[in-house]
Design a protein around this ligand. Structure first.
Ligand code: NAP
Ligand code: ZN
Length: 365
């Protein structure tokens, strides 16, 4: 087991334990490090569950060329407040809270004032981000985390905690663009491309909004899940030209969650005039895009990244009210490397969630 010496030497820090990758092999193993003491406006959160997002895998493997090792992933965190600073207003000890992809931002800039901390140019990532004291942040594959109360949300009692965890990233990432781009309601028909962690929650939010939703998947294997378990209205196999042709010009918007390089031209063809293709999948390679595919029909291609803190709370409350939750496979901490291999192969229905509270401590050598 390796120790993080620089942060360990900091005064008044508290020992923490998690799993980290040391290099771009992405292989995770036990890691002792330290967390700062709880600041006046901060809460310390005992991590109960943490979802495994495909972004964790991108980062572990350094696919975005910005990974800082040792890297403790995890930004779909649900936990319990175990300590609060003197100026904390939102939370009490024992509250169930969620922490998502960001833990800080500028706070006074235009984006932050408009509750879009996610678009603040100084937004700080929950892991692989750098705290203002210069230390690197470690994520939720760990026993606890310290966070400013602004960047934590309340989890209503009615939400099952394990299946709520993926809402903190996957949930807000699909909820926010559906609302922003006006893709909600019974008069709208949307496509969701890629039925993975983001995609399947997207179907559930779409149905909760009353929107007609068609899943566009790379194979036919998930059609039963899409139509029966998740309640999608339609299912298209993206490699089936006849099916794709038959659906041309039928969608007001598309939420594209594909995690790998793929062609977007056929997707643009599915849009009605004025339709919007919203890219969420964080693939590094540039897309093929012809101007004519957009000019004819005044279509647009856009991107969207998670959501602001206020909207994240709104999304969680909406999920609790409408019973939106993730389909999960709960795993123990020591299964995480196998889970990553399976996620890379698309072998998960539909989100792995690590049972941190019950299985992490046992992995401590
Ligand atoms: P995931 O669970 O692995 O799902 C991705 C889905 O994409 C797969 O289930 C698969 O769906 C489809 N897919 C994968 N490889 C494909 C290929 N080569 N061609 C066509 N389809 C393919 O991943 P996730 O956690 O949902 O994340 C999806 C992407 O969104 C990742 O890149 C992640 O980093 C990114 N992300 C973005 C945001 C944001 O705010 N923008 C937030 C979180 C994550 P089918 O089997 O149905 O084809
Ligand atoms: Zn994520």
């Amino acid at each position: 087991m390796e120790r993080s010496s620089s942060s360990e030497e900091r005064e008044q820090s508290i020992e923490a334990f998690g799993w980290a990758a040391r290099d771009s092999s992405g292989y995770l193993s036990p890691f002792v490090f330290s967390r700062r003491k709880t600041g006046a406006e901060e809460v310390r959160v005992k991590v109960l569950y943490c979802g495994i997002c495909h972004s964790d895998l991108h980062c572990l493997k350094n696919e975005w060329h910005s990974s800082i090792y040792p890297l403790v992933p995890g930004h779909e965190i649900v936990g319990e407040v175990s300590d609060i600073g003197s100026k904390v207003r939102k939370f009490n000890l024992g509250d169930k809270v969620g922490v998502g992809c960001i833990v800080d931002s500028r706070r006074a800039c235009e984006s932050c004032r408009e509750d879009q901390e996610n678009y603040c140019t100084k937004a700080v990532a929950t892991y692989n981000g750098v705290h203002h004291d210069g230390t690197v942040n470690y994520g939720g594959y760990s026993d606890h985390i310290v966070v400013d109360e602004r960047y934590a949300v309340k989890i209503p009692h009615t939400l099952p905690l394990a299946s709520a965890a993926p809402l903190l990233c996957a949930g807000i990432s699909v909820y926010s663009p559906m609302k922003y781009f006006g893709l909600v309601g019974p008069d709208k028909h949307i496509g969701i491309v890629g039925l993975g962690g983001l995609g399947h929650i997207g179907v559930r939010f779409a149905k909760a909004f009353g929107t007609r939703v068609t899943v566009v998947s790379s194979t036919s294997g998930k059609s039963k899940d899409a139509l029966e378990t998740l309640g999608a209205d339609g299912f298209l196999v993206s490699t089936d030209e006849d099916q794709m042709k038959g659906a041309m010009g039928t969608m007001d918007g598309i939420i594209d969650t594909v995690s790998a390089s793929h062609s977007i031209s056929p997707l643009i063809g599915l849009l009605k005039p004025n339709g919007k293709l919203v890219l969420l999948g964080a693939t590094e390679k540039p897309f093929d895009l012809s101007a004519f595919s957009l000019i004819i029909g005044r279509k647009s291609v856009a991107g969207s990244g998670i959501g602001g803190m206020q909207e994240t709370q709104e999304m969680i409350d909406f999920a609790a009210e409408h019973g939106v939750k993730a389909e999960i496979e709960i795993i123990s901490m020591d299964y995480v490397n196998t889970a990553m291999d399976r996620l890379a192969k698309g072998d998960v229905r539909y989100r792995f969630v690590i049972d941190i509270a019950n299985t992490l401590a046992a992995t401590r050598p």
